[in-house]
Design a protein around this ligand. Structure first.
Ligand code: FAD
Length: 385
């Protein structure tokens, strides 16, 4: 069926929308003293204590069953929570991956023992996960991963290297896509997912510094790392299928629209003042908002599919491609606005926030799969390839 009919306008159910008020009250208090240029980091910001505080509120693992420590709520409730966390620029990076995709992945493919072991600490904000997909020569071409787990009598021995692993230096576990049989030319065949305890001997994590001076992603090396048989998650050789399902969670959420939202709000606050108000700025605010609103509706429509247990991979790619486009547009047009008029008194905090977001914005359309790769998937979904 054509993708044209794939997404339908969906309202967040009232019982899930009701979560917004308590979350806002909590965040208004927790984020009161944090300046905008720090809040702009949002889901790149790492704060383990903040994650634990959310866990104590019962706001981690919201969609996981209560029997594993989760909230037993719907994907829409998690959407509301995520949207507010991003709006406030909360430092959610430490638990973000575990909450968004590792927890749901373990719930879907894990054994009962794996669920009992990994899910409760995720829900308490005590166990953080990272994504081990990319390698030096396997980014867009993910099927060519070379990191290998070899079967032993006791379990697995792991050798290889991952790169660009967000927060590996602050995480307890990595879910890695590795080769368990065949060779690189076998592509998708012979790939599996394994859970790696990053504190094990043979694991070396080296942070990489980015343009803004932050070190939020890492190189991770595996030298004869000994893993138990229970490190395998899901089926042996089923890694590609599992990763594809995981990417639908990774690509469709509000974090693919709101990476520049703190900057947008800070600029709007200036435009509302007498010094900052111009007709051109008001038109620009309308232009940005007119793009964000339908994207949000699309993202919620994808959430409905996830809630129904579907795997809307192509729709998620569409949301991410369009969403990151707006995220990148925001710092560019705000810079044009501020520097094209003879305005005095632009708040320093606004300029600092603009500076930070401008530096990191190029990465928005790289992380989670590049624009070119997503467009190839969308073209295929439209029957054009
Ligand atoms: C901030 C950030 C965080 C990240 N976090 C993680 C993480 O936690 N875990 C993880 O595993 N990875 C992570 N990544 C890696 C990310 O997934 C890869 O950078 C991305 O998939 C691209 O791979 P690459 O860097 O090897 O670029 P390449 O694949 O070498 O691509 C280089 C360029 O060529 C283009 N290109 C490549 N193939 C094609 C094609 N077939 N058709 C058209 N154009 C093509 C690409 O679009 C890109 O513009 C992160 C990246 C960033 C920037």
């Amino acid at each position: 069926m054509s993708m044209r009919y794939s997404l339908s306008l969906t309202a967040i159910p009232p019982e899930d929308e009701a979560l917004r008020a308590p979350v806002r009250a909590f965040l208004a208090d927790a984020m009161r003293e944090v300046p905008a240029h720090v809040r702009a980091k949002s889901w790149s910001g790492y704060d383990a204590a903040f994650s634990r505080a959310l866990g104590q509120q019962g706001w981690l693992g919201l969609t996981l069953p209560q029997s594993y420590g989760g909230g037993g709520r719907s994907a829409f409730a998690r959407y509301v929570l995520a949207e507010e966390l991003l709006n406030f620029g909360a430092p959610v990076g430490s638990h973000w991956i575990a909450d968004r995709q590792s927890g749901p992945l373990i719930l879907k493919y894990g054994t009962e023992a794996q669920k009992r072991f990994y899910l409760p600490p995720i829900c308490r904000g005590e166990s953080f996960f990272c994504i081990g997909m990319s390698e030096p020569n396997a980014g867009s071409d993910l099927a060519s991963v070379k990191t290998r787990a070899t079967r032993t009598d006791a379990g697995w021995t792991l050798n290889g290297q991952k790169i660009w692993t967000t927060n590996a230096h602050g995480c307890h576990y990595m879910i890695a896509l590795v080769r368990t049989s065949g060779e690189a030319q076998d592509r998708q065949k012979g790939l599996s997912q394994i859970i790696v305890d990053l504190s094990l001997p043979g694991v070396t994590v080296r942070p990489i510094t980015d343009l803004s001076g932050d070190s939020h992603f890492c190189e991770v090396f595996f030298d004869d790392v000994k893993l138990g048989a229970d490190a395998l998650i899901g089926g042996e050789g089923k890694g590609w299928e599992q990763v594809t399902a995981e990417l639908a969670f990774e690509r469709s959420g509000p974090e693919r629209l709101y990476s520049s939202i703190v900057l947008f709000d800070e600029w709007l606050a200036f435009v509302r003042t007498e010094a900052g108000h111009t007709a051109a700025a008001v038109r620009l605010a309308g232009r940005i908002f007119a793009q964000l609103a339908p994207l949000r509706a699309m993202s919620i429509a994808v959430t409905e599919k996830l809630a129904a247990g579907q795997t809307p991979v192509v729709e998620a790619a569409l949301v991410k491609d369009l969403g990151t486009g707006v995220e990148q547009l925001i710092p560019a047009v705000i810079a044009d606005d501020l520097f094209s008029r003879e305005v005095q008194g632009v708040p320093l905090e606004l300029l600092q926030t603009l500076n930070y977001v401008t530096q990191v914005a190029p990465s928005f359309s790289l992380r989670g799969g590049t624009r070119d790769i997503l467009r190839g998937m969308i073209a295929r979904g439209l029957g054009l390839r």
